[in-house]
Design a protein around this ligand. Sequence first.
Ligand SMILES: Nc1ncnc2c1ncn2[C@@H]1O[C@H](COP(=O)(O)OP(=O)(O)OP(=O)(O)O)[C@@H](O)[C@H]1O
Ligand SMILES: [Mg+2]
Length: 301
Amino acid sequence: MDAERILDIVQSVSDLQHIRSGKVREIFRFTENILLFVATDRISAFDVVLPTDIPSKGKVLTNISKFWFRETKDICPNHFVSTRPQDFMDLEDDVLEVLAGRSMMVEQMRPIPFECIVRGHLCGSAFREYEKSGTVGGVELPQGLKFGDKIASGPLFTLTTKAETGHDLPVGFEALEAEIGEEDAEVVRKMSQELYQFGQRVARQAGLVLVDTKFEFGYNRRGEVCVMDEMLTPDSSRFWLKSDYLKGNRGDPYDKEFVRQYLVESGWDRNPPAPELPEEIVSETVRRYTLVHDAITKLKL
Ligand SMILES: Nc1ncnc2c1ncn2[C@@H]1O[C@H](COP(=O)(O)OP(=O)(O)OP(=O)(O)O)[C@@H](O)[C@H]1O
Ligand SMILES: [Mg+2]
């Protein structure tokens, strides 16, 4: 679904006020406290929105996030309200058709302006840091670890800034403490690790390895720390196949990394505009995202 069409139709036929275009989501205001998120099929890499859509990706991300928000609400409160806006407002058929499967009503939060990264395995920028200095996010790890190894001491929590423009930068735990206080910073860290560990167990049941992920948190009206945004999706996490992992094949990504790898190999310098994705990369990305979606959401926990 073309993102411009989503905006046009929703704005021309409903009274919803459009408040923001994210790289992936269009955000509308429903009431003072409730937002309507519409996930488009856009994909971004290295903080640039690509000119090529990934068909049905918005629906896949919405449904995976819904699964996790429901299943983890006893671990950590979250912003999820409903994926059925038609239960809350009168919507014309053409708007409903556009929103179906890709919309999520959420409680508006006061965002905590950091990305909370949890890693159960050593890869990506964490592996590069480890190779150079033997540490991840400044924390020393045992010597001799290989790419993709599980981090035996438990999942590592690190933070980056959430830059309005430009790239997110790594920061220490003190930055989070300075922003929200020691007590809440500790809550954010604990929730992140518990959510990751739950996700890791469920992913394993689904035949996947949840390598690492990123969470965003905010405060609800009652001042509680809640998890918001999207959760444990292939846009916000790295997934590998468990069967690959057990055979020692590490790093074939069932997530956005698949697209990043293509872009790196294409020689793109990461400055906008990004190149179009070839059809075979698009269809293989759809296959990989859909596999993760199906494997996770079919589970009866
Ligand atoms: N419950 C919430 N209340 C307020 N803001 C939220 C909530 N959940 C998520 N957000 C914010 O809404 C945006 C979601 O849109 P989208 O995923 O398209 O953004 P993004 O491009 O990933 O984000 P950004 O541009 O900020 O990196 C993010 O900026 C996210 O931080
Ligand atoms: Mg996002």
